[in-house]
Ligand binder design. Sequence first.
Ligand code: NAD
Length: 446
Amino acid sequence: MSVIALKSPHIKVTVVDVNEQKIKDWNDENLDKLPVYEPGLKEVVAEARGRNLFFSTDIEKGIKEADMIFISVNTPTKTFGIGKGMAADLKYVELCARQIAEYATNDKIIVEKSTLPVRTASSVKRILSEQNNGIKFSVLSNPEFLAEGTAIKDLLNADRMLIGGEDTPEGKEAIEALVEVYANWLPKDRIITTNLWSSELSKLTANAFLAQRISSINALSALCEKTEADIDEVAKAIGSDSRIGSKFLKASVGFGGSCFQKDILNLVYLCRYFGLPEVADYWEQVIILNDYQKHRFASKIVHTMFNTVTDKKICFLGWAFKKDTNDTRESAAIYIADKLLDDHANIHVYDPKVTEERMYEDINYLNTRSEALNAEKLTMEKDPYEAAKDAHAIAVITEWDEFVTYDWQRLYDSMKKPAFVFDGRNILDREALRSIGFEVYALGKM
Ligand SMILES: NC(=O)c1ccc[n+]([C@@H]2O[C@H](COP(=O)([O-])OP(=O)(O)OC[C@H]3O[C@@H](n4cnc5c(N)ncnc54)[C@H](O)[C@@H]3O)[C@@H](O)[C@H]2O)c1
């Protein structure tokens, strides 16, 4: 919404949220307090906020004033009831639709921006039309393809913008209105229009295809370790085939983030729902492999360190699910830490953007052990050298650029010997580290 406001000064954009603290932070004069860390975001907000970009908790007024409403609420995986652990929880979307139906006083275009299971638009339309007060609603699907960490860049220079709508005169008019918004900065040939169902399904499956590439290369990393092949060499060889391409072929501790897992689980659930068990199993394997990779990395740490990490200090570099974001949802760090805490390790974490509070929320959410024990065995440090001091091992969990530039000799000197490095992102120079004296493990490498 900030980028739409930046590029369309003639459009008034109001972001409303039920979370008062978040809105307060979005309005804070100190731009370092914005709730989301994203390179380039604060510059965008600095320019548009107060001009044509506003943040508010007044949902009723926001709905009444708008001609077009983007539903961008969270759609997490259900944690209870039918579809538990798989289906998307659509209660927030439904609530939004009900609020819109209640407060609207003129015709509106409703845009599904959240990632939703295919055919949700029919439910949204049904709720909106129940009110029967003569107001017309057009529902569009406009899924968001940005990636966290590169969101501003992805939006300013989107590969494509997808807009799905109904094949009726009103549907076409609504599609055209939204095309005009994006045409303020994107060439029209990058704005793809489809029917509603193709648009809804394309978002889920785009994430499934991306995650599948990560699971494929991670599966091969395990095979490389058995065969003396080198995963980066294999990835380069595969990726230089122009039909395959080089992106998303970096071996890692596994994907995290709020989208991949939830969207694939949602896809698996949909396939089962529609009576397609083979298709469901096919996609579910992407998740199984991802869990395996996190598990494999944690086990590797324990086995390499003489089969025990009990009371050993382990330094984690990174807690975010990837670099350039403060988002930790489904981060591999949480699951790796959990497994090592089961073995009574002492974990000291350094991450440039993640808060201590967030880290404890993440680990306590798993509910594996008491919060007191988590507080005792897991510590957030403000300085990486402090996190590594007297540690037996360093595990690189997130690929933050700054980790590569650390003084690794200094880290080595301050650690217990033998000093181990487990590079869960394959970003470090193994030979250089070995010449300092480290014992180094990298995924899919000797
Ligand atoms: N995070 C991403 O990179 C990304 C990328 C593409 C698509 N998506 C999709 O976008 C959606 C939102 O994701 P997110 O990461 O921004 O989630 P989020 O949880 O960070 O934000 C959702 C916000 O909606 C607010 N909210 C919930 N119900 C509300 C209501 N009735 N009225 C007003 N506000 C309400 C919440 O308070 C919260 O601040 C999801 O469907 C997700 O799959 C996310």
